[in-house]
Design a protein around this ligand. Structure first.
Ligand code: ADP
Ligand code: ZN
Ligand code: ZN
Length: 736
């Protein structure tokens, strides 16, 4: 029992940076990591016990209202990780903790539990049940078990309503409730037999290095740089096999859910006797809670999840894998901004377990870490056996009418590959029909009234849609300014490309995969299954198709429009573009047939293409790192981006200018602090609000931490006008 003189230090589910102190309820035991209900102001809210302390300086403590959990939802290491995340990202602790729980457990709902039934050793003679055959059958079933059996399993096996039967059997003294626990609902998948593979020499070398690293007391993170199709997944499976057999759990973080159906299958095939589950945003709330509790209670062996899964408590965690570690979807942008890869690295470090970061195109941050010896660098440079890397051809489209969109050479390529019974994929990272709708008479453009942004014309829904704020409106048939009746579209979206190809290839199946065609549950899976059947078809897709998917019969990839990235001011533009080109190209030629990539550009002589195509990804990486070193950009500096938005641009700028002055006043000579801005953001207006930013560059993380911490102490006293909102993004990846 907690001594009533003890004090509970609690993270409450509110945007507060401090923990709050409360008195426990006498003669109750509030455990660390358990939820409690506490009074706060005139209302009450959920909180999580973070510390139990002896003394506090605060007078007149209030008592908590009640305990929600008898058993903690977070173990010590999870609490430590979440506290670290809250400090590192400067986000209120209570929000960090609550967001780490599945939605259904964020309030005060109890963890769902199920009774386990067992035979009473002193039960009456079973012949007394002869006139109640159902009860007798159920009793027989329970007595045949070697251990207590839970309600769900019983119901499944008995295939009838057992509620009242159980009550009767209990009353008559035949059975009793052995315990009351959470039971992970698991549907065993249909598992296809797995082909036993002989590892390539490269794979074996990687595996040996991973094994050696595991044996060290503080394993270093491993960067597994393997080209697409080089067999990274096979290496993951072999690396975790000995741990799984020792009853440890494995956490696999992936950027997007589009990737996971295949990955899940691969792990299920490799580990048919173990439980593998997914955790991602397309699950409904109770599915999510089931996966969370299954992992937390140790009933699940392998958890494959998107970024927020990185916080799921795992009592027997043995290894973490972050697949596609370079992918920007691993970063969460809304509210609590964090990078799942970086959290995963910290988690592995705390637990002294191995972590593998896999990618065909490592992030420059991770590559830099391997160059300076902080990470192990492992390489898979070839595809196993006959698989060959695709050939990339640059297609000059300077002479092509922009409204045509697809060069004749590419069209010819498509028909050739289809004629050979292969599949073709076209990549265009823009959904909708056309990005611009305009009036040729007066120059009017359809613009979103809430953002500075062209609205995209969607033909199927006959709507104009702003991709920044989702504002939409119906399309008029005449110009709203001059009433001219021939308004027209410009540029290409996936919808338009689909329509064009239908005209060129009327007999070919065309499958479009973008957010518009896959918004309903199961749609993506169904479309992917269709592609997997392998019949010749044309696949059109956005970035949803760029990564992960393994389509054995796909031999030609067309990349339609990436030129805008060549001129981006973002210092990560070259890194991103080479990642994109390599990832998209990686879809071609994954089986016996050789793949070809045709990349359309109006800049065929651009030095970027030359560097990437003649010297490869690492050459681009080294070149970019050199540049960043000169410019003091990450990974050679630590950044924080302070964003502000308001009803007028001047209010946002004014606020940030004040922050700048304050930050400068903290500055000590030896702790270099560079401040860029305040300036309007590249996207100046979004959803009726004007946006500005102030970028902070420091030499080390601890300097950055010091400045931001002090700033947060002072920020409340700064006057704010025009419904000003602000946020701080640590290690920003996106400067829009
Ligand atoms: P990655 O994860 O690097 O993209 P995968 O693990 O998906 O690569 O492997 C690509 C393909 O190669 C898969 O079909 C896989 O079954 C096959 N493969 C992997 N390792 C071997 C091997 N040692 N021998 C033969 N085929 C292999
Ligand atoms: Zn007009
Ligand atoms: Zn908008």
């Amino acid at each position: 029992m907690t001594d009533p003189s003890h004090i509970l230090r609690i993270a409450v589910a509110r945007p507060l940076y401090q923990l709050l102190d409360y008195l426990p309820i006498p003669n109750t035991n509030a455990k660390l990591g358990a939820r409690v209900c506490v009074p706060l102001g005139f209302s009450q809210c959920t909180g999580i016990v973070i510390h139990i302390i002896e003394k506090t300086d605060i007078a007149n403590l209030k008592q908590i209202i009640h305990l929600v959990d008898q058993e903690p939802l977070f173990d010590q290491t999870s609490l430590q990780l979440l506290r670290w995340a809250s400090q590192y990202y400067h986000h209120p602790i209570g929000e960090v903790m609550i967001k780490a729980l599945p939605v259904l457990l964020r309030g005060q709902r109890q963890v769902p539990k199920t009774f386990f039934w067992q035979v009473n050793p002193q039960h009456p003679d079973a012949t007394s049940l002869n006139r109640a055959p159902k009860q007798k059958a159920l009793f027989t079933l329970i007595s045949e078990q070697t251990a207590a059996i839970d309600f769900h399993t019983l119901r499944q096996q008995f295939q009838s309503n057992i509620n009242s039967l159980l009550t009767l059997l209990e009353k008559k003294g035949f059975i009793y409730k052995a315990s009351n626990q959470f039971v992970f609902q698991y549907q065993a998948p249909k598992i296809l037999p797995r082909q036993k593979l002989q590892l390539t020499d490269e794979q074996q070398t990687c595996l040996n290095a991973i094994e050696d690293n595991k044996q060290t007391t503080q394993p270093k993170p491993i960067l597994l740089h393997g080209i697409t199709g080089s067999g990274k997944t096979e290496v993951y499976c072999r690396a975790i096999a000995p741990l799984i057999k020792k009853n440890q759990q494995i956490l696999i973080i992936v950027p997007e859910i589009g990737l996971t159906p295949q990955l899940q299958q691969r792990f299920e095939q490799f580990f048919p006797e173990y439980k593998v589950a997914l955790m991602h945003s397309k699950l409904n709330d109770s599915e999510r809670m089931n996966a969370w509790l299954g992992t937390y209670s140790g009933q699940l062996d392998i958890l494959i999840g998107t970024r927020s899964a990185v916080f799921t408590p795992m009592p027997r965690l043995g290894m973490i894998i972050v697949d596609e570690e370079h992918d920007s979807s691993l970063k969460q942008y809304e509210k609590f901004t964090y990078h799942a890869r970086d959290i995963a690295i910290k988690r592995a470090y705390d637990l002294k377990i191995s972590i593998i970061l896999g990618s065909a195109t490592p992030s420059l941050e991770s590559f830099h870490n391997s160059e300076i010896g902080r990470y192990h660098y492992l390489r898979l440079s070839k595809r196993p056996s006959t698989h060959q890397s695709p050939k990339v051809l640059i297609q000059d489209i300077r002479a092509l009418d922009p409204d045509v969109g697809i060069a004749p050479q590419l069209l010819k390529g498509i028909s050739n590959h289809l004629a050979e019974n292969s599949q073709v994929m076209l990549f265009l990272n823009r959904r909708g029909f056309a990005p611009t709708l305009y009036c040729p008479n007066c120059g009017w453009h359809a613009q979103c009234p809430h953002c500075d942004n062209n609205m995209t014309y969607h033909a199927s829904s006959q709507q104009l849609l702003c991709h920044r704020c989702d504002n939409f409106k119906a399309v008029n048939s005449y110009c709203p300014d001059c009433k001219h009746s021939q308004i027209t579209t410009q540029g290409q979206g996936t919808e338009r490309i689909e329509q064009k190809l239908q005209r060129y290839f009327p007999k070919t199946t065309i499958i479009r995969i973008d957010r518009d065609t896959t918004s309903r549950k199961g749609e993506l899976k169904q479309k992917l299954a269709e592609v997997h059947r392998g019949d010749p078809c044309i696949l059109i897709g956005t970035q949803m198709l760029a990564k992960g998917h393994d389509f054995p019969n796909l031999t030609l990839v067309g990349i339609l429009d990436i030129d805008h990235s060549l001129f981006s001011t973002d210092f990560r533009a070259w890194e991103r573009l080479s990642q994109l080109i390599i990832q998209v190209s990686g879809r071609a030629g994954r089986a016996e047939k050789k793949g070809t990539v045709i990349l359309q550009t109006t800049e065929p002589e651009h030095p970027f293409f030359h560097l990437l195509l003649s010297s490869g990804y690492l050459a681009v990486a080294r070149y970019s790192l050199e540049e960043r070193k000169n410019w003091h950009f990450p990974p050679y500096s630590q950044q924080a981006l302070i964003r502000a938005s308001a009803t007028q641009m001047e209010y946002a700028l004014e606020f940030l200018d004040k922050l700048k002055v304050i930050l400068q006043s903290y500055q000590k000579e030896e702790e270099a602090l560079e401040l860029l801005g305040a300036a309007p953001s590249p996207i100046e207006k979004r959803a009726k609000r004007y946006r500005a930013q102030l970028l902070m560059n420091t030499k080390t993380r601890s300097h950055r931490h010091y400045y931001i911490n002090r700033l947060l102490g002072d920020i409340a006293s700064i006057s704010k006008k025009g419904q000003l909102r602000w946020s701080i993004d640590i290690d920003p990846m996106d400067y829009a």
